[in-house]
Design a protein around this ligand. Structure first.
Ligand code: SAH
Length: 227
């Protein structure tokens, strides 16, 4: 009798928490550190944030795969490598205030929140914004502020930002975002037509001087506009 109960209990127990931790360390070793991401703060953040708690329940066991995953409403959580690459490009520092456009699941915001002082993140889809805000709160991320709005206009009130990251593909770089970037600041944004391959761009601001650099081909969901 006791034996049967024990077997039953084992069968209904979810995967042990350390199993996800093991998968996460493997993800960083095989998909990220191996692909020349070397910033120690970025690697540490990727080793820490429980990605499996940012995906829908039916995708939990795929959370550490080398690919993006659907998060509902036609949106996706980016591939882990892309999150790490964009994070490293921002050169995030402990005293930074960072703006993200496209909160989605809140995963990229959490990764940044492990490193910087405050993350301000904007999501245009109300349901995703609500879910991400609740998730981040539950996980104890007190240094992330989430807002439901069209991120095209940035978040003037808290500008200028040390860094800006956009996680949806825009046809062009929204001028308000350039305006809200600090002198010496960095912005990473996928630019190009929706549904085609886009280019990940690094934008740097030095005084009046704006420089852009094309990095790698990427595929992101489209940057929407509020009607
Ligand atoms: N950074 C997210 C990835 C989300 S995918 C993560 O880590 O999970 C991109 C998100 O950008 C989608 O949720 C989409 O709804 C949102 N988005 C698209 N256009 C937007 C806009 N103009 N303002 C704010 N969010 C936008």
């Amino acid at each position: 009798m006791i034996k049967t109960a024990a077997v039953l209990l084992l069968a209904i127990l979810p995967v042990a928490p350390d199993e996800y931790d093991r998968q996460r360390q493997e993800m960083v070793d095989d998909q990220i550190a191996d692909r020349r991401i070397s910033d120690s703060a970025t690697l540490h953040a990727m080793r820490t944030v429980p990605r499996h708690l940012f995906v829908p329940p039916h995708s939990v066991d795929d959370a550490y795969d080398d690919r993006p995953l659907p998060i509902g409403y036609g949106q996706t959580i980016s591939q882990p490598y892309i999150v790490a690459y964009m994070t490293e490009l921002l050169k995030p520092q402990a005293d930074h205030r960072v703006l993200e456009i496209g909160t989605g699941s809140g995963y990229q915001a959490a990764v940044l929140a492990e490193i910087v002082d405050t993350v301000y993140t904007i999501e245009i889809i109300t349901e995703l914004e609500n879910a991400a805000a609740e998730r981040l709160k539950k996980l104890g991320y007190k240094n992330v502020k989430v807002k439901n709005a069209d991120g095209y206009y940035g978040w003037e009130e808290y500008s200028p930002f040390d860094a800006i990251v956009v996680t949806a593909a825009a046809e062009y770089i929204p001028p308000p975002l350039i305006a809200q970037l600090k002198d010496g600041g960095r912005m990473v944004i996928p630019v190009g037509s929706p549904f085609f391959v886009q280019t990940l761009m690094l934008v740097e601001k030095r005084g009046e001087d704006i420089t852009t650099e094309s990095l790698i081909p990427v595929r992101f969901v489209p940057f929407k506009r509020a009607n």
